[in-house]
Design a protein around this ligand. Structure first.
Ligand code: ZN
Length: 531
């Protein structure tokens, strides 16, 4: 591990000399769609692995760009119309990537059979699915049973969604677990077609439509537990592509502490929820857990004397005592039109799933100004960035300043697997020492822990070293001083600096570093997520 870190640093230095990128490929989450562009043998022979694709642009990690097999591969890919962007990686990290890639397939059986379940999941105990067995029999059993087995396996594997994706030469079933897609099964076309028909039937969709996207909804009953499934179908040139989102209401709404928010962030959140009116925003990219936090906020505001209404896309949890409604583009019940009808209910608290347009932003701020508490989310990276985003949408400073109550930005990070995490003294690792020195130069007040943990990999975490997720967060409550700065058109950097100077702000990275010091996750994971 330690020698490898020296290697990583020298590879990074060489990449800089060559004017190409650098990547520690062993840490990069796999995207099976990209991996399949170069088959495994060719990849091993040429010491190269594709890791990111956008349009015709393909990012390729290589150990040695001079190597003949590598150059052959690049030529072959360029002939196939790929525009190649080279990244240097170490031989060690490539090897680690190959190992991880293989472990994905081998250990999935264990994921689906895993015995460690929280109490409320006890009733899944007698529902075991053997993935290897299912792969053997799936072409011969009724589609209804096959689908049920896939769904149960996904629940047991703690998957957030199931994908059925047609590819050039095969059809693959994948589970997303802790944010990363894993290959589970391969299907013959005939089996896939039967399965798709069954999914359409259960989801209340039209079986004869194959050229248009469709949305559906189904409920999976497992013993006495009910799980909502949101189904999306997209046409592709071959078969349809399917995503089933698992909305497990049984998980319930967790409080801020259970979600993993640090004490100081919990304090700020609770403080912002004390306001009588105002706009509270959660920001972050898709899949950063914004909705879950919004629900948690609603649950803490949900008292009998308050009237709470929501407009969501989709409704992910049902909250007792809350009037929830769902955006429906087909019936022109959008965030915009829906908002108007929400206000007729004379609510105290309004949740609008996301602010996407200027008119929704205006309605939200108008409502916040006229005595309502409005909770919503925005698609931006940082907390102060929300102000820039609202300005770019066309909001004026005098519309923004009086209504914003608090802004938070968050990300989900993987927690280190408790079964295989390994402690290491920072002073024993030159790599960690130098990383912390860099971080210290950036954040003077940073206290460096004596020990941190590094990922290892075991059967319980299918070789990834990680299991489960937690949250990292930055954010601030808007006080009079910040309000004035927004009104004066100060930039997000100026606002952030002002908050920092008054010890009212720490970044996502700093919040993450606290979780590293607490041995909840690793420095690698925090750097990957906040990079
Ligand atoms: Zn493990």
């Amino acid at each position: 591990m330690i020698n490898q870190s020296f290697e990583e640093r020298s590879v990074a230095a060489r990449a800089e000399q060559l004017g190409v990128g650098y990547i520690d490929i062993g840490l990069f989450p796999f995207n099976p769609d990209v991996l399949k562009i170069v088959d495994r043998d060719e990849s091993m022979e040429s010491q190269a692995m594709p890791f990111h694709q956008h349009g015709h642009a393909l990012k390729l990690a290589v150990v040695d760009p001079e190597k003949k097999e590598t150059q052959d591969l690049i030529q072959r890919l360029e002939k196939d119309k790929w525009e190649i962007f080279l990244f240097l990686c170490s031989a060690n990290s490539l090897e680690k990537a190959f190992l991880l890639y293989e472990s994905k397939f081998l250990n999935l059986k264990h994921i689906a059979r895993e015995k460690h379940f929280a109490e409320q999941e006890q009733n899944l105990k007698d529902q075991e699915v053997d993935i290897e067995q299912l792969q053997k029999e799936i072409a011969h059993i009724p589609a209804k049973i096959a689908l049920n087995k896939i769904e149960i396996a996904a629940l047991r594997a703690r998957a957030s969604d199931i994908h059925i994706q047609p590819e050039e030469s095969r059809i693959v079933v994948r589970f997303r677990i802790d944010g990363v897609l894993h290959d589970i099964l391969e299907l013959e076309e005939e089996t896939a077609q039967k399965l798709i028909l069954r999914i359409k039937y259960e989801g209340g969709m039209k079986s004869n439509i194959t050229q248009k996207p469709q949305d559906g909804h189904a409920v999976l009953a497992v013993n006495d537990r009910k799980v909502d499934l949101r189904i999306g179908i997209l046409p592709t040139p071959t078969l349809e592509s399917i995503v089933i989102r698992i909305l497990d209401a049984y998980k319930g709404v967790l409080d801020f502490e259970a979600l993993g928010f640090s004490e100081s962030m919990q304090k700020k959140m609770n403080q912002s929820l004390m306001f009588k009116n105002g706009l509270i925003l959660i920001t972050g990219p898709t899949g950063s857990g914004k909705t879950t936090t919004l629900y948690s906020m609603l649950a803490s505001l949900n008292t009998p004397e308050k009237k709470i209404v929501t407009l969501e896309d989709p409704i992910e949890y049902h909250l007792p005592g809350v009037s929830q409604s769902q955006v429906n583009d087909e019936e022109e019940y959008t965030f915009d039109t829906g908002f108007k009808s929400l206000l007729r209910h004379d609510p105290d608290v309004i949740l609008v799933g996301e602010i996407r347009t200027l008119s929704t932003a205006h309605m939200a701020s108008e409502a916040a100004l006229t005595g309502h508490m409005v909770l919503s989310s925005l698609h931006t990276n940082s907390s102060a960035g929300a102000i820039t985003r609202l300005r770019n949408m066309g909001m004026e400073n005098f519309n923004i300043a009086p209504v914003i109550g608090a802004i938070f930005a968050q990300r989900l990070v993987r927690k280190a697997c408790p079964h295989c995490k390994q402690k290491i003294k920072i002073q024993d690792s030159p790599e960690l020492t130098s990383q912390y020195e860099l971080l210290k130069a950036r954040y003077g007040s940073l206290s460096v822990p004596a020990e941190v943990i590094i990922p290892n990999g075991c059967v319980k975490c299918s070789g990834t070293g990680y299991k489960g997720q937690t949250v990292i967060c930055e954010g601030f409550v808007v006080d009079q001083r910040i309000r004035q700065m927004i009104l004066n058109g100060k930039s997000q950097d100026e606002i952030e600096n002002e908050l920092r100077n008054h010890h009212q702000f720490h970044s996502l990275l700093e919040d993450g570093l606290e979780k590293v010091a607490d041995h909840i996750t690793t420095l690698e994971e925090i750097l990957r997520i906040t990079n």
